[in-house]
Design a protein around this ligand. Structure first.
Ligand code: C2E
Ligand code: MG
Ligand code: MG
Ligand code: MG
Length: 274
């Protein structure tokens, strides 16, 4: 009986496994097609200065317009793209889409706001990344200074020396650099002072608990103070309520991003300078 059960379990397990393997395999194949057929689209989420409440930039967030599954959020495919190296061509397509959009805004007489682009660790750690990026951005006639590259602490931990070198080269090339999801990683504060950063993005996990958890509030205040003393701007992510906004404003956080002020939306729906 025990044996039969064990056997059963094995069968069930192996079916589930092959199901899952098949699922991710087909998604991987689909992503290859998606890259060829340009099924990726970008949504842009506005970022506001807390003092003036004016729009100071946007963050480009990738979505996959899948032919049968509908519009997929990055949570469905970024990890798989990282595992299969598809994140590299995906990352370049995202940068191309941003540049094209910025030119479009410019042609319509709209000063393109600064656009933030999420960069995967693998992409940043490609030895020719900076060279290729400069070529692409310059080739499309976009100002390097209006592009902010979002990196994470994870990337710095993977290869601290190479990451540091790449970040300095990017900064010297004229790009802005933001440290995304700050506070959730394990980067040492000692290393932080050597990083060429323009902005720290407080992770939404901390913002979410404003008014609920004094410890999270303490972390936020510490990040704001740290940013101020290092001369780095601080942006809070995931602002969903008026009271979160008030707390951040009262404590002189520089800028905010979140559903309260604007969800990520297609570029055409974003009202910039109008
Ligand atoms: P992230 O860079 O930290 O982006 C912020 C995420 O929080 C976005 O999710 C955004 O839609 C969501 N968000 C914004 N405001 C709020 C809010 O008020 N409340 C809540 N609950 N969420 C909010 P999204 O678009 O699903 O992206 C998830 C992650 O996928 C991003 O996190 C980023 O790490 C990654 N990602 C997105 N686009 C790209 C890309 O083009 N390349 C790479 N490598 N990664 C990307
Ligand atoms: Mg980001
Ligand atoms: Mg983030
Ligand atoms: Mg994140």
């Amino acid at each position: 009986r025990a044996k039969a059960q064990g056997k059963n379990r094995y069968v069930v397990y192996s079916e589930e496994f092959s199901d899952q393997a098949f699922h991710s395999f087909s998604l991987e194949q689909d992503l290859r097609v998606a890259l060829d057929e340009r099924q990726l689209v970008l949504h842009y989420q506005p970022q506001f200065d807390l003092e003036t409440m004016s729009l100071v930039g946007t963050e480009a967030l990738v979505r996959w317009n899948h032919p049968t599954r509908g519009l997929l959020a990055p949570g469905h495919f970024i990890e798989m793209a990282e595992e299969t190296q598809l994140i590299i061509p995906l990352g370049w397509q995202v940068i191309e889409l941003v540049c094209d959009q910025m030119k479009l805004w410019e042609q319509r007489g709209i000063t393109p706001p600064q656009v933030a682009i999420n960069i995967s660790p693998q992409q940043l750690l490609q030895i020719d990344f900076v060279e290729k990026l400069n070529k692409l951005v310059d080739g499309r006639g976009v100002a390097r200074t209006s592009i902010e590259l979002e990196i994470t602490e994870l990337m710095i931990m993977q290869d601290p020396d190479l990451a540091m070198m790449q970040l300095h080269r990017l900064r010297e090339s004229g790009y802005r650099i933001a440290l995304d999801d700050f506070g959730t990683g394990y980067s040492s504060l000692d290393r932080l002072k050597y990083l060429p950063l323009d902005r720290l993005k407080i992770d939404q996990a901390f913002t979410r608990d404003i008014g609920k958890n004094p410890k999270d509030e303490a972390v936020i205040l510490t990040i704001i103070a740290l940013g101020r003393s290092l001369g780095i701007e601080v942006l809070a992510e995931g602002v969903e309520t008026e009271s979160q906004l008030r707390f951040l404003s009262d404590h002189a956080c520089n800028s905010v991003q979140g559903y309260l002020l604007g969800r990520p939306i297609p570029a055409e729906e974003l009202c910039i300078g109008v």
